[in-house]
Design a protein around this ligand. Structure first.
Ligand SMILES: O=C(CO)COP(=O)(O)O
Length: 276
């Protein structure tokens, strides 16, 4: 992966409260995180300020979404300026749940990319195909169209980390194989070389998301074009640290970490590594 710094994002989605967030902050602060990895966590919007203040320099903080205006009559939305005011420096855009639960289009995501970059945030735009699109042989067509909407609105690639998250692998326990991930990551990098520039293709980090755990992170990270991860469920547990360190191996156990109590419907599908 050359000189692309390994990047691990934790997308907490709509989970947690101050009590459980305190537990996550505790283990993030206790553990010696790998200095070779850039770590970003994305709490729900009401907790951005709380997490930013508590984590200080241990990890950067991202929002999970934002709108494409600075302020105004947009009930329920948050602006990049508000995220920055609360200590956030990153934003995830175009996550598959935004696309498929809330109906966000490539066009809207492109507009958000442009606005958030201009407002000074760092971005994690997400791309990824649904199962039926993969089975119909359309993975590249779908991902490239999503990439085009992002690239057409990107002025500064140094502040962009692309997340490839196949929809069928998100929250399902069905991780893409390292070969499947590598194939799409390489295709995205080639697309960047052809449509943006060789140097952007070489320097832009492309991270994988979809049922990443401590037990599969090392193998995935071993692939040439996998520059890190966007972790969902496992980012709420100590397994997130194992993913950052990428060095735990052994038999995964389905156990709930002792000091983290987070109620999430599909928690049982995750495997956790027992910490030594
Ligand atoms: O959507 C994801 C991260 O943004 C992935 O979620 P899971 O790791 O829970 O599959």
């Amino acid at each position: 992966m050359g000189d692309r710094k390994f990047f691990v994002g934790g997308n907490w989605k709509m989970n947690g409260d101050k009590k459980s967030i305190d537990e996550i902050i505790k283990f993030l602060k206790e553990e010696p995180l790998d200095p070779a990895a850039e770590v970003v966590v994305a709490p729900p919007a009401p907790y951005i300020d709380y997490v930013s203040q508590k984590l200080s320099s241990k990890a950067a903080v991202a929002a999970q979404n934002c709108y494409k205006e600075a302020s105004g009559a947009f009930t329920g939305e948050v602006s990049p300026g508000m995220i920055k005011d609360c200590g956030g420096t990153w934003v995830i855009l175009g996550h598959s749940e935004r696309r498929h639960v809330f109906g966000e289009s490539n066009q809207l995501i492109g507009e958000k990319v442009k606005f958030a970059l201009n407002a000074g945030l760092n971005l994690i735009p997400c791309v990824g195909e649904k199962l039926e699109e993969r089975e119909a042989g359309n993975t590249e067509a779908v991902v490239f169209e999503q990439m085009k909407a992002i690239a057409d609105n990107t002025s500064d690639w140094k502040r962009v980390v692309i997340a490839y998250e196949p929809v069928w692998a998100i929250g399902t326990g069905r991780t893409a194989t390292p070969e499947q991930a590598q194939e799409v990551h390489k295709a995205i990098r080639n697309w960047l070389a052809k449509n943006v520039s060789e140097s952007v293709a070489k320097s832009t980090r492309i991270i994988y998301g979809g049922s990443v755990k401590g037990s599969n992170a090392k193998e995935l990270a071993g692939k040439a074009d996998v520059d890190g991860f966007l972790v969902g469920g496992a980012s709420l547990t100590r397994d997130f640290v194992a993913i950052i360190l990428k060095q735990l191996s052994g038999t995964p156990k389905t156990v709930v970490p002792p000091d983290v109590d987070i109620k999430i419907a599909d928690r049982d599908t995750w495997s956790y590594m027992e910490q030594s």
